[in-house]
Design a binder for this molecule. Sequence first.
Ligand code: ADP
Ligand code: PHD
Length: 453
Amino acid sequence: MPETPALTVAKFGGTSLADADAIRRCVEIVRADPARRVVVPSAPGKRHGDDPKVTDLLYLCHDHAERGLPFAAVFERIRERFRGISAGLDLGAAFAARLGAALDAAEAGIREHAGRGPDFAASRGEALNGLVLAEALGFACADAAGVIRFAHDGRLDAGETRRLLREARGSAGAGLVVPGFYGADAGGTVRTFSRGGSDVTGAAVAAALDAAVYENWTDVSGLLMADPRVVDAPRSIERVTYRELRELSYMGATVLHPEAVFPVRAAGIPVNIRNTSEPAHPGTLIVSAVPPGEEPPGAPPITGVAGKRGYTAIQLEKALMNEAIGYGERVLSVLRRHGVSFEHVPSGIDTLSVVVSDAEVDGKLVALVDDLQRELEPDALEVDTDLALIATVGRRMRTRPGMAATLFGALGAAGVNIRMIDQGSSELNIIVGVNESDFEAAVRAIYAAFVIG
Ligand SMILES: Nc1ncnc2c1ncn2[C@@H]1O[C@H](COP(=O)(O)OP(=O)(O)O)[C@@H](O)[C@H]1O
Ligand SMILES: N[C@@H](CC(=O)OP(=O)(O)O)C(=O)O
């Protein structure tokens, strides 16, 4: 029996499909490798700093429609973008007419769906861009509403999606375009993933079609060792494990939607983050594990550093807290009652801190602290605001001595005051809390100490 040749599923992000020139580069990338037979596009993204994403314009159309206001002027900007793309790609008059009809149907659909949530409107950017990309590639285009199935709880129905996609792939010929970001429930109602969700479609499609690799094409050469807006030209990460990625992306290194990890991880499919503007760069490979023998010699001891502002620490001190059975549990039960989830709970002999994100305690902090005072009767209770958390992450850290000393030494030398320390139990991660005003200096100092050396 002939072996099925390996399949690569290639997802292209909005910045990679923002205009005709950008789309042409994506078409060249797909054509450069015959394994790239299934393509998942986002909607056209920003062409420059303050340009709107087509998806944002579509949400705006929905908001107008919902309030009974005219939205033709906003929709005209979307038409203009797609007309420019179609003309710039020389897709011809017949396709321009087809695209025009699809735009008319989208505009009418947004009006019809007003009052039924924004998902239909938001999905049209990917639906229309799918038509464009399929035409440019000579591939078939699926309607994602027919192949990406949502369960009742709004999550992906992986089993049904697998069946539907395999059917569509079987009858598609040369190649298939599956628009990202949306699908439909069993009743046919269009649903979207959360923002950035074309990554999730790409992962679902790769898992359903047993792809050998899921390529995620974006505007950076893979996951970088630090946020490029904070550190000047950070190195890109060659290989990262799913666990490291989870730690880094939770703290803001967001090249991949967090939900996109699960379908491919479960299927053991590696994810390759690549740069459309630098296609020769190998990018970052996300894998389950890196065997010790395959670690590149001379690799930096950390995989990356990421962080976020906007945290508050509530510190409780009580003599003999260490002997008071259930003290920690009572603290956390107060949080639970207020519907607050916590990030970290670093503790000492007679002290315990709870670190929460500001968004979690917005409007609840005073009542929460009152209850902690009354029910836990601490000797002292302090609320520390304006905290930034920084995670220094790396699988190689476990086996290298002196990591904490290097980290704290670098922060000390940069004049950064450390207000909290927590080492994740996975030993993959050391988290420090610093003043928000020290955030950038701290990230740069950590990067310099571990990567530049
Ligand atoms: N550690 C990091 N590595 C790479 N990119 C990062 C990191 N931290 C933040 N970013 C930002 O994430 C952006 C890419 O993600 P995203 O907006 O989802 O792209 P796309 O439109 O291709 O889906 C980059 O432009 C970069 O500014
Ligand atoms: N277009 C959608 C989905 C998406 O994934 O877009 P991008 O690949 O540009 O992040 C959004 O803006 O949320």
